[in-house]
Design a protein around this ligand. Structure first.
Ligand code: 5GP
Length: 201
């Protein structure tokens, strides 16, 4: 069957502590039609992170050069480090009909929502501020001051949720994951993305 397929640019974001990273990882493992856009960052690799797989780890000079060349779809400072989505990770793949996943922060997502055509945007919400605080404290990696900073940032980010097309509350992780999968499945069947010719036989 001859079909027209166009890829979607899937933007998943939400405050830190909403389980975005784990959700994206599982989503990618379960759906081979999704490809991950590997961002460039100036932060140092964490243990187990591989250059070119988790991030393209670059120097500040290289990052400046990428900005000057117009190599980024969007870029932002997050927690004092610089991150950017590379055009080379996105456009060619969308043309090929692949679905490209962006794991980016809210500022970056708002830019993508404002400027990109084929985007599908999902905002992940924590079930409550109390639960968000519990998760941030539970990580054990943040000082009290950082937790307060993240909570204030989360409140600012949540105030922008109306810009997104879809909202998913991550109260129960499995449910949130299946809701995101349902959104992706429906979006794949939009006539503008999937328009097969019906054969005679
Ligand atoms: P981490 O350093 O923990 O991997 O990521 C920190 C934050 O930066 C996360 O919220 C992540 O989604 C965001 N981030 C990663 N890559 C990009 C990017 O290319 N652009 C923007 N705007 N944010 C990004």
């Amino acid at each position: 069957m001859k079909t027209t397929r166009k890829g979607m640019l899937l933007v998943i974001s939400g405050p830190s502590g909403t389980g975005k990273g784990t959700l994206i990882k599982l989503l990618m493992e379960q759906d081979p039609s999704l490809v991950f856009s590997v961002s460039a960052t100036t932060r140092a690799p964490r243990e187990g992170e591989i250059d070119g797989v988790h991030y393209h780890f670059v120097s500040d000079e290289k990052y400046d050069q990428l900005v000057a060349e117009g190599a980024f779809v969007e870029y932002a400072n997050v927690h004092g480090k610089r991150y950017g989505t590379l055009r080379s990770e996105v456009y060619g793949r969308l043309e090929k009909g692949e679905n490209v996943v962006l794991d980016i922060d809210v500022q970056g997502a708002l830019n993508v929502i404002a400027n990109e055509k084929e985007k599908v945007s999902i905002f992940l919400l924590p079930p409550s501020y109390k639960e968000l605080r519990r998760r941030l404290e539970g990580r054990g990696t943040e000082s009290a001051e950082t937790v307060e900073g993240r909570m204030a940032k989360a409140a600012r980010e949540i105030s922008r949720k109306d810009r997104y097309e879809y909202i998913v509350v991550n109260d129960n992780f499995d449910e949130a994951l299946s809701q995101v999968r349902a959104i992706i499945s429906a979006e794949k069947h939009k006539r503008t993305r999937f328009n097969p010719d019906v054969p005679q036989e």
